[in-house]
Ligand binder design. Structure first.
Ligand SMILES: Nc1ncnc2c1ncn2[C@@H]1O[C@H](COP(=O)(O)OP(=O)(O)OP(=O)(O)O)[C@@H](O)[C@H]1O
Ligand SMILES: [Mg+2]
Length: 452
């Protein structure tokens, strides 16, 4: 039995057919509205919401096809089923090409009508569910594999979406393990280049002399050992994106060559004469302070400005502590899928320890920490026992330190208050505080509160 929440609009100029169709559908629990013409149907469509439209092909005034066109232009996913008289099948085929969900031949068979209607509505439902799920995910996390609900990460997501729509070079900065590579991929895969290649080149691991031919390629015989022509990475990535990881490590000679490419948008393979123009988007990342390196003349200023048309700064994990429980849970669930265990999450004090720790290795360190605990832990929830000893020790010393700091702050506040209230009369203030004047003076000195 269908639920009455589904609403169908049936359109036909023959009243008895409308009656029959709507009785059949109503018996199954559908709500049915009827219209005698395309014009009337459009009016109803504009004042109500439907889950399905059933329409005769041949109508007075605007035809069924025109109605279909109209509906599809307004609500492309709304299923429309056409009804057609025997012998006018070509029209029905045309309607299918224009996006009708299906067609029924008249006289309409009740069972067929119900089964086609049910199918159409189910598919529409599923589709709406998927769409809303997707937009929910997009809203929540913007990019489903980059987790972050903190305001700073939401800003990063906004920038990614904006940058993805442009062609500009992007420089991603952030400490090690903050997710720079993940963001680089998100930019590419959310851009109109997403179907085109995405190549990564790690500037730390490739020696300068090899790097040049890696990037630009070479012709046969360009140097000893060049037995064949080789297509370089930039050429391979034509129409796509290249991600230069750790761009700060790029050899200074190559910096010049990359700059030339960015200016001219063409390359010449090593040992080749032909100029090959390429359309490649450059995304680069660094965990160094490139501006500083520019000042120290270790990185070319002109290249820096070319690469840095847009900067995306990924904040360290300790500056987005809201995200830690979310990320930790995400990693556990990922591991559950891979490892087949069924760990639910974390004990509260583990999450507290995570919140206190300063995560020098950022998200990568959190991921490793969770993975280690996951492997060792036999329980439903991960507890303190499975955290690395180093982390526990640091959290403990942090706790002591922050307690002491709090204490000192409170003391300074109390002293200042007592002094203000006594018009900075030290004896009076000391009396209020219940300490000797000498003790007060020592404390004032420690807190830098002594006048003059
Ligand atoms: N916001 C995030 N959501 C989910 N996973 C993340 C997030 N940020 C980082 N990660 C994960 O953390 C690990 C490190 O991320 P990534 O390699 O992108 O960092 P990076 O900044 O490039 O690090 P490095 O500077 O060390 O190269 C990866 O496994 C990545 O999937
Ligand atoms: Mg990286």
């Amino acid at each position: 039995m269908s639920t009455p929440r589904y609403r169908i609009l049936a359109v036909d100029d023959e009243r008895n057919i409308l009656k029959l169709v709507s009785a059949t559908l109503k018996k199954q629990g559908y709500a049915v509205d009827t219209a005698l013409s395309a014009e009337e149907a459009i009016e109803r469509f504009n004042t109500s919401t439907y889950d399905l439209v059933l329409s005769d092909l041949k109508l007075p005034g605007r035809s069924g096809i025109e109605l279909l066109d109209y509906l599809r232009s307004r609500e492309p996913n709304l299923p429309v089923i056409m009804m057609t008289a025997f012998g006018t099948i070509e029209n029905a085929v045309e309607a299918m090409k224009k996006g009708a969900f299906n067609y029924l031949t008249k006289p309409v068979n009740a069972d067929e009508l119900l089964s086609v209607a049910k199918e159409a509505i189910e598919k529409y439902d599923l589709r709406r569910e998927n769409l809303s799920l997707k937009s929910e995910l997009r809203e929540k996390y913007a990019f489903s594999n980059i987790i972050g609900k903190s305001a700073v990460m939401q800003e990063v997501f906004d920038t990614i979406s904006m940058v993805a729509r442009s062609q500009s070079s992007v420089l991603i900065t952030g400490e090690s393990g903050t997710g720079k590579e993940l963001v680089a991929r998100a930019i590419h895969f959310n851009s109109e280049r997403s179907e085109q290649p995405f190549h990564t080149i790690d500037c730390t691991s490739i020696p300068a002399d090899i790097m040049e031919s890696e990037l630009f390629g070479h012709e046969k015989g360009a140097f000893t050992g060049a037995h064949e022509r080789k297509i370089g990475l930039l050429e391979h990535a034509n129409r796509g994106s290249v991600f230069f990881d750790e761009i700060g490590d790029l050899d200074i000679g190559l910096q010049k060559k990359l700059l030339r490419f960015l200016q001219e948008r063409e390359i010449r393979r090593l040992g080749g004469k032909e100029r090959i123009s390429l359309d490649v988007r450059i995304i680069s990342a660094t965990n160094r302070d490139l501006e500083q390196e520019v000042k120290a003349k270790q990185f070319r200023e002109d290249l820096y400005y070319r690469l840095n048309v847009v900067t995306l700064q990924i904040p360290p994990l300790r500056e987005r502590k809201d995200d830690i429980p979310l990320l930790a849970q995400y990693f556990v669930e990922k591991l559950n899928r891979i490892e087949g265990k069924n760990i639910k999450g974390f004990e509260d004090n583990v999450l507290e320890a995570f919140a206190m720790y300063h995560w020098p290795g950022n998200v990568r360190e959190l991921e490793n920490t969770v993975e280690r605990a996951y492997v060792l832990c036999p329980n439903v929830n991960i507890n303190m026992k499975y955290l690395p000893p180093g982390l526990l020790a640091l959290v403990e010393s942090d706790r002591v330190e922050s307690d002491t700091l709090n204490l000192l702050e409170t003391e300074a506040r109390l002293i200042t208050k007592a002094l203000n209230e006594s018009g900075w009369n030290q004896s009076k203030a000391a009396e209020v505080l219940g300490i000797t004047r000498k003790q007060l003076r020592t404390k004032m000195k420690n807190h830098n509160l002594l006048p003059g």
